[in-house]
Design a protein around this ligand. Structure first.
Ligand code: G3P
Length: 222
């Protein structure tokens, strides 16, 4: 399973990219709004920060409701990256979003259909030519449903029917989500930097390092 960072924060994206584990970046209107910067400027900045990743998702803004409005925004967004391949247009899971997805997919532009909460929505997005589909686990857990089970089912559906859309497990809230969606067959998990940090750690790793350091110090002294 590949790892994307779910962030519009430059410092966090830089840190994750430096570690060398990043295959992509996802953003959304809430994440960009939190930064208090102009949307297009931040997307441009991110694209420059992570030249070697497969995808940087830039979402159409919430005021784009019709497929035409979404496509018009997408056409501006792809210019930011000089029509390069790693910009991905993120679209909402609505009929207009699907229509825009099909249009952009037919033009060879990568798409990510977001706010997926059912297997049927994932099926529709895949059939509309989405490069990526983004089920939101944490938000299903929030309403007492099992977000990971949704990923299990979508992965099975895509396998059975040879659908080549990639699953981005999103709204990932803790390390156990990461392990479980990886084992379920998600192609990608998009996570905040805090989760990358968390999953790098184990108390026995820290204890082991302390012991190595102490033994080393003793040996050097003697
Ligand atoms: O990737 C989607 C994510 O940004 C939403 O996460 O925690 O707001 O449900 P959350």
């Amino acid at each position: 399973m590949k790892l994307f960072i779910d962030s519009a924060n430059v410092a966090d994206i830089k840190k994750a990219y430096k570690v060398g584990v990043l295959s992509g970046v996802t953003t959304n209107p809430s994440l960009v709004a939190k930064e208090g910067v102009k949307f297009e400027d931040r997307i441009e900045e991110i694209l420059k920060l992570v030249p070697k990743v497969e995808s940087v998702s830039a979402e159409v803004t919430p005021d784009a409701i019709t497929a035409e409005e979404m496509i018009a925004q997408a056409e501006e967004l792809i210019k930011i990256n000089n029509y390069d391949k790693n910009i991905t247009i993120k679209l909402p899971m609505t009929l207009d979003g699907l229509e825009a997805c099909r249009y952009l997919a037919d033009k060879g532009i990568k798409t990510n259909v977001t706010l997926i909460f059912t297997v049927n929505q994932a099926l529709l997005a895949a059939r509309a030519g989405a490069t990526y589909v983004s089920p939101f686990l944490g938000r299903l857990d929030d309403i007492s449903e099992d977000g990971v089970q949704l990923v299990v089912k979508i992965a099975e559906l895509f396998r059975i029917h040879n659908l080549d859309a990639q699953i981005i497990a999103a709204s990932v809230r803790h390390p156990d989500h990461v392990t479980r969606v990886a084992m379920a067959g998600a192609h990608i998990a998009t996570v905040p930097f805090s989760i990358i940090e968390q999953i790098s750690k184990h108390p026995l790793t820290d204890q082991g390092l302390e012991k190595f350091a102490a033994d080393w110090k003793k040996a050097v002294k003697s």
